[in-house]
Design a protein around this ligand. Structure first.
Ligand code: FE2
Ligand code: FE2
Length: 205
């Protein structure tokens, strides 16, 4: 991942697309919480989570606009790294978890918690590596507020699933293995795109 991130931040074009892609992933996350959970089941933590994911998308999009003005006006595929890969990653994960959880009255809630848990784990790993590189390479913006909130989401989610699901450890292993494959595919799509991006004019001025 570090090699991919190093390549990404070496050019403003790919760097802008990367942060835009992270903003888009946050946006998909917040939209998914809103669409997948029955409104009647929402509790305070879920509403807080929804609000914070929406704000993360905004926070990252603001970094794009401030540091790379004009590069990525919206979330259309040409402004993302890996084109449709962020959608494929998120939707495939959600579908897999949904298909592998037993039917029952906790199905919807558990689906939400497991997808959240998997995303939070990956997000923290990626955000922390990326944040370190930003610091090492003298970029002025930081992801600290976002990382702190993701850590809180992860903790809350782990606690909630441990209470709800007696097969927590077993299910988590299965889902983590699948998420890992999806993540590798996502990074491979990004690497492929980066190998095609070699415009010499697109380096930092
Ligand atoms: Fe987030
Ligand atoms: Fe989160």
């Amino acid at each position: 991942m570090k090699n991919t991130l190093m390549k990404i931040i070496s050019q403003p074009q790919s760097h802008a697309k990367w942060i835009n892609t992270l903003a888009y992933l946050e946006h998909i996350g917040s939209r998914k919480i809103m669409k997948s959970l029955n409104s009647r089941l929402l509790n305070l933590d879920m509403l807080e989570h929804l609000t914070e994911e929406t704000r993360h998308a905004y926070f990252l999009k603001k970094i794009v606009e401030k540091n790379f003005p004009g590069y990525c006006p919206n979330f259309s595929p040409e402004h993302l790294l890996g084109n449709n890969s962020p959608d494929v990653y998120f939707q495939s994960l959600d579908k897999y978890v949904n298909q592998h959880l037993p039917e029952g009255k906790s199905h919807l809630i558990l689906n939400y918690y497991y997808v959240t848990l998997l995303i939070e784990k990956r997000a923290l790993q990626v955000y922390e590596s990326y944040q370190n590189l930003l610091q090492e390479n003298g970029f002025s913006f930081k992801l600290t507020p976002l990382i702190l909130e993701e850590q809180k989401h992860l903790k809350e989610t782990e606690n909630a699933i441990a209470i709800l699901d007696s097969s927590f450890a077993q299910n988590l292993d299965l889902f983590l293995a699948f998420e890992h494959e999806l993540y590798l595919q996502f990074i491979s799509d990004i690497d492929h795109e980066l190998s095609l991006l070699s415009a010499p004019e697109a380096t930092y001025g």
